[in-house]
Design a protein. Structure first.
Length: 210
């Protein structure tokens, strides 16, 4: 199998570095080397320096994480920056955490829907109850804030002061929160017990590969 042309590899490196920079996680040269499986760190450095020469990246000398984006590239023209507000349990219920972690770019403006105002926010996932739906620990789920959702949709729900991400199932008037992992139990909020509230619907999952 032939080698990937240098230009294609460099563009892939730029897109990956751009995503890291937009989420506030500037990579080191060695992280670029490991991510793209270069045998030598010098190969990664040469690609990064070429991107600087092309004007796609900037560089602050003397810093391990000194690469950045020019002002014109700090956000895509049709991107919206949304806050990552902390962590949500994908497992057994845990106390909701709202701890600002940074910003995440999403394509286009946040859509408005009849169910909600279109506000988007991110939550970092803990636990393994949703692995069958492709949601793993440390992924970031993008959530559209809305007070209701259809049966079968993946949601973030608040039971009392504890939050979880699950698949919503409606059985008549009964609400069930289903995991996507057979090792976990279905959660059935008690309508006479702790307050239940839907925070929003999961519309996207983001994962950073190390």
């Amino acid at each position: 199998m032939g080698r990937t042309p240098a230009g294609q590899t460099r563009e892939r490196i730029f897109r990956w570095v751009q995503r890291r920079l937009l989420t506030g996680q500037p990579p080191t040269v060695r992280e670029v080397q490991h991510r793209f499986e270069f045998r030598a760190v010098q190969t990664a450095r040469e690609h990064l320096e070429a991107l600087v020469a092309e004007g796609k990246l900037t560089k602050r000398p003397g810093r391990a994480r000194g690469y950045g984006l020019p002002a014109s590239r700090t956000a895509a023209p049709r991107s919206t920056m949304i806050p990552i507000l902390g962590r949500v349990q994908a497992g057994r219920l845990s106390t909701a955490i709202e701890d600002f972690e940074g910003w995440l770019p999403v394509e286009g403006p946040a859509p408005r829907t009849a169910a909600g105002d279109g506000t988007l926010f991110g939550l970092r996932v803990r636990g393994e109850s949703m692995t069958g739906a492709g949601i793993h620990p440390d992924d970031v789920v993008v959530v559209r804030k809305q007070p209701t959702a259809h049966s079968g949709e993946i949601v973030v729900a608040l039971v009392g002061d504890e939050a979880t991400v699950k698949r919503l199932r409606r059985r008549g008037r009964r609400i069930e929160l289903h995991p996507e992992n057979p090792d976990f139990d279905v959660l059935v909020p008690d309508p006479t017990g702790e307050p239940f509230r839907l925070l929003g619907k999961v519309v996207e999952v983001r994962r950073t590969l190390s």
